[in-house]
Design a binder for this molecule. Structure first.
Ligand SMILES: C[S@@+](CC[C@H](N)C(=O)[O-])C[C@H]1O[C@@H](n2cnc3c(N)ncnc32)[C@H](O)[C@@H]1O
Length: 283
């Protein structure tokens, strides 16, 4: 390890490999996981591990304000980091908690059943054992990694008899995040949605130590009316007003089924990639 490297525990060779702007990640463990399949939009623990190894060291504290099935927290425990996740849905908060309970050291991560809008408020953080807290009463995280709802993508019917959503519905699995008050999927206006997310990430930025990083995983979304909402790009712009945008790594899913959307008249992309948007607090 280079003596001036205070960010991570990588060798020079590992560091350079981790700067390639795309990565393929869709392991079998991710696709076939009975503990998490109820949740309709997860990312793989392997994806989190990739970013943890670059942006943190062992023992560092990591926040996921949209924790879902707990992938970030599971990866944190497996890689000897400390994690806190916020999740609005009681059933996903329980899912994350029960996954942690099965791990050795699962108590090194904490699930908060709550609203990410309150992430910047001191009361959210009262009585959280071991979490470093600054003079303003707010915790100090070393890294934030998360993936918010992709606007109302899961709620808009997307044609195709073999669509993932239709298959999930048939199997009795969730096709959206549910009806809890505060669920951001309930916002119908796109501009309002981007601004609401922007406000949440402003709050999260207050919890980040100076010079530390935040990674937001997001996708552009094609709406049924036939145009694309560039959510990933809009988030890069909006969050970039508060934190410094450092670029992206593109997470490619190479084993996902292709849907039949516009054939035989219209180009409709099969979106099998996500933007991992990388921001830094200061330079
Ligand atoms: C894309 S999913 C995150 C999935 C997670 N990365 C995983 O791998 O399981 C977004 C999550 O945000 C949650 N959510 C929606 N609105 C929220 C809010 N206001 N506060 C906290 N969580 C919220 C949803 O219930 C959903 O689980």
């Amino acid at each position: 390890m280079h003596p001036r490297n205070t960010l991570n525990e990588l060798t020079g060779r590992e560091w350079i490999k981790a700067t390639k702007s795309w990565l393929v990640c869709d392991s079998r463990r991710y696709r076939r996981n009975r503990d998490t399949e109820l949740h309709p939009a997860r990312y793989p623990e392997e994806l989190v591990a990739e970013f943890l190894s670059f942006f943190t060291k062992q023992g560092d504290w990591v926040l996921d304000p949209f924790c879902g099935s707990g992938a970030t927290l599971v990866a944190c425990v497996e890689d000897k980091r400390r994690g806190v996740g916020i999740e609005i849905s009681a059933r996903y908060a329980e899912m994350a908690q029960s996954r942690l309970a099965k791990l050795d050291d699962g108590d090194k991560a904490i699930v908060v059943h709550g609203d990410a809008r309150a992430a910047g408020d001191p009361p959210t953080w009262q009585e959280m054992d071991g979490l470093p807290v600054g003079e303003d009463g707010l915790p100090q995280f070393d890294f934030i990694m998360t993936s918010p709802p992709y606007f109302n993508m899961l709620r808009t019917s997307r044609g195709g008899v073999e669509s993932t959503q239709k298959r999930r519905a048939k199997q009795g699995l969730d096709t959206d995040y549910g009806d809890e008050a505060g669920n951001l999927e309930g916002i119908h206006d796109y501009e309002e949605f981007v601004e609401e997310l922007g406000g949440i990430f402003d709050g999260c930025a207050r919890l980040l130590r100076p010079s530390k990083y935040m990674v937001i995983v997001a996708q552009n979304v094609r709406v049924p009316e036939g145009y694309v909402r560039p959510l990933a790009w809009d988030l890069a712009r909006r969050v970039g007003e508060t934190l410094s945008f450092q670029g992206e790594r593109i997470w490619c899913q190479n084993s996902k089924r292709l849907g039949i959307w516009g054939y035989p008249t219209t180009f409709v992309p099969n979106y099998h990639h996500h933007y991992c948007l990388i921001f830094r607090k200061g330079q």
